[in-house]
Design a protein around this ligand. Structure first.
Ligand code: GUN
Length: 292
């Protein structure tokens, strides 16, 4: 079993971006600027957004963190998005999900200028992705594709089982893996909460992408010998023995699955850092498209 080390792969990508941005700055050109919007005080969202902003700073990007209280009116959020859409200095706009229940994810995502939608969630960008046109690919699936590429994983003709059908991960992942690209060219099965006997599908998989948000759902008895395992889950479980008060759990039971597979992503240090690297890549791309 070998580790798909997302931390290492992400460092390499971020290092390359840092050099590219330093070059832009040296030439007096505009540097990439990411604007992140965070609503409320969800602990996990706070951590993710802080990590995104920190990664921007380390790579020499400009970043703005815009915070709203949990009770903010939807209109106020939409107004801020319009303001950022109109600001020529802003290249990427990210609204951290989940949003409070009184705010429509759909309205918020649709309000973002597709040319600044570095999360790749806008329907115009999803449509382009489905058709294989150049666009912003959602950060987590994009990061997973970059990770597979970094390790030279041969996916052609393999059977990939994606467990989970969210707009953020499962759905786009299934499209990317089935595309005529490298990595890609997989035969893809999407399993979800209504799938009967997920184990049967998983046992047929050469590649499993677990993105359902249920800690340790995928166990060793569900995995074929030599399979490649990508674990997208990062659930916080209470652990009073730790300073943070929690432990991160993936959707894969690492101890029982690892001995059976050929490659596996750890949690933490697998998909998470790749998501951030992909977001930076998208923001850099947006800056270059507008100013390059
Ligand atoms: N919440 C969980 N993952 C993501 C992501 O990739 N982008 C945003 N904006 N919110 C998220």
């Amino acid at each position: 079993m070998q580790i798909l080390d997302g931390k290492k792969a992400a460092q390499a990508i971020r290092g390359e971006l840092k050099i590219d941005v330093a070059q832009l700055a040296a030439e007096g050109k505009k540097i990439p600027h990411l604007a992140a919007i965070l609503v409320g005080n969800n602990g996990a969202s706070e951590t993710y957004v802080a990590a995104k902003v920190k990664a921007c700073e380390e790579a020499g990007f400009k970043s703005s963190l815009i915070r709203f209280e949990q009770e903010v009116y939807e209109n106020k959020l939409l107004e801020k998005i319009q303001e950022l859409n109109a600001d020529p200095d802003v290249d990427g706009i990210l609204v951290q999900l989940p949003l409070p229940k009184h705010i429509s994810d759909e309205k918020v995502i649709n309000a973002i200028d597709p040319d600044k939608d570095v999360d790749g969630f806008h329907p115009a960008n999803i449509g382009k992705m489905v058709q294989g046109q150049p666009t912003f690919i959602p950060a987590t699936p994009h990061g997973i594709m970059l990770l597979l590429k970094h390790y030279g994983i041969d996916t052609k003709g393999k059977h990939a089982v994606v467990v989970g059908r969210s707009n953020i991960v499962g759905r786009p992942m299934s499209i990317l893996l089935s595309a005529n690209t490298n990595p890609g060219n997989c035969t893809v099965t999407v399993c979800h909460s209504q799938t009967k006997n997920i184990k049967e599908f998983c046992l047929q998989a050469d590649i499993i992408v677990a993105a359902l948000g249920k800690p340790e759902f995928i166990t060793g008895d569900m995995v074929k010998e030599g399979a490649i395992i990508v674990d997208v889950g990062i659930t916080r479980e209470t652990d009073t023995s730790r300073k943070s008060g929690y432990k991160l759990k993936g959707d894969v039971a690492f101890e029982s699955v690892a001995p059976k597979c050929s490659w596996i992503t750890p949690v933490p240090g697998g998909v998470g850092p790749m998501t951030i690297a992909a977001l930076l890549k998208n923001t850099y791309k947006s800056c270059m498209q507008k100013n390059g």
